[in-house]
Write a protein that binds this ligand. Sequence first.
Ligand SMILES: Cc1cc2nc3c(=O)[nH]c(=O)nc-3n(C[C@H](O)[C@H](O)[C@H](O)COP(=O)(O)OP(=O)(O)OC[C@H]3O[C@@H](n4cnc5c(N)ncnc54)[C@H](O)[C@@H]3O)c2cc1C
Length: 380
Amino acid sequence: MSTYDVIVVGGGIIGTSSAFHLARRGHKVLVMDQVAIPNPQGSSDDHARAFRFTHGKDFFYTSLAVQTAPLWKALQAETRAELFVQNGILELVQDAGKYENDCVKVLQDLKIAHQKLKPNDICERYRMLKKSGFKWGLYHSSGGMVYAKKAIEMFAKGVEKAGGKLEAGVRIAKVMKDKGAVVGLKDSKGKVWKAGHYLFSAGAWSRDVLEDVGVPFTITRQECLYLRPARNQGRYRPAHFPVMLLHAKGFHIFPVHIHGFMKVGSHKKGVVNRKAVSPLVPDKKFEKAARTILKSFCPDLSDFSDLEGRVYYYTRTPDEDFVLDKLPGLTNAWVAAAFSGNGPMFAPLIGKTVSELVSGEKPETNLHRFRIGRLKLRKK
Ligand SMILES: Cc1cc2nc3c(=O)[nH]c(=O)nc-3n(C[C@H](O)[C@H](O)[C@H](O)COP(=O)(O)OP(=O)(O)OC[C@H]3O[C@@H](n4cnc5c(N)ncnc54)[C@H](O)[C@@H]3O)c2cc1C
């Protein structure tokens, strides 16, 4: 007899949110991670990730954000933990602005409050910015940040509180199948773990764990710098500094967090890796590019000297949509992966949806864009 109702492979933000929502519905859940929960080498192990209602012309993802924001607020109210900070998103336009104009249309259609701002108005509000550094800006105050690492810790605690279990340092090496179902998971030491249902939320390792399924996941290296402003730290706190996105060059800049560091990251498609591997240190070229972009619109920040770097991985599909579906030919196993640059912001919605799927209910969210059937599977 199985000890658990559901085993979740992968204790990142997607796995822990799913386990949390499953546990709350009364499922006995086990979350397993090959390293730790949270895993310092996983994609979710960062202080802050952006939450934005702006997804270009993609009405679908904006409406997912509309569904997710109240879930973050409810979790925050219930746990009294600061998880979702609506310090605003400011998109600074340095090119023709097609992406941002598309965003405006969708925000209008969905009646999400926003402002198109001229450089003068922007610099009046954010005095550290350079007027000639951008053509205009799009601001929405309901966007901001989710505190990803804190959220994982909160979800994990919630799982244990509801009677579930966490197992860190266990790597699943083989998925055992029989008669159209997963019948167990063999770890790297040969121990077999059994449950009635299985969720694979292995982030950048999904391709390895589900090798025989052949979902065309691509892993890209995405670089980040954490820098301490050389002066005027107070100006860069979340209350005074929204998340700034510069899509033309693919940069995002986050306010100072508790340790006094700001984050500068790139969401331009990074180098493709066969798998998630070290080194997790960015290239020197990235530091140079970060200084150049900062100099272009916020010179006050560009002479930082105190810095740290990190590399995270995006897990992507050819059409950049997520994968959230039952595994082909199996009655009791699901996959939730390929969240590229968007997992944490939608984490409570994904977790809730997984719990509906595993419980045999029709999910409230339309999943047609996330079906495995839309993808050409790799040959075995
Ligand atoms: C630079 C960068 C910036 C980003 N910015 C944003 C942002 O602003 N907003 C946003 O919403 N998203 C952002 N993202 C995306 C986001 O970080 C990811 O979508 C998200 O973290 C993916 O979560 P996950 O749970 O799927 O994967 P992970 O967090 O990587 O978790 C997967 C876990 O599975 C475990 N695992 C893997 N294989 C096994 C195995 N065989 N056995 C046991 N355990 C296993 C791993 O150890 C890992 O802990 C960004 C990503 C990057 C790289």
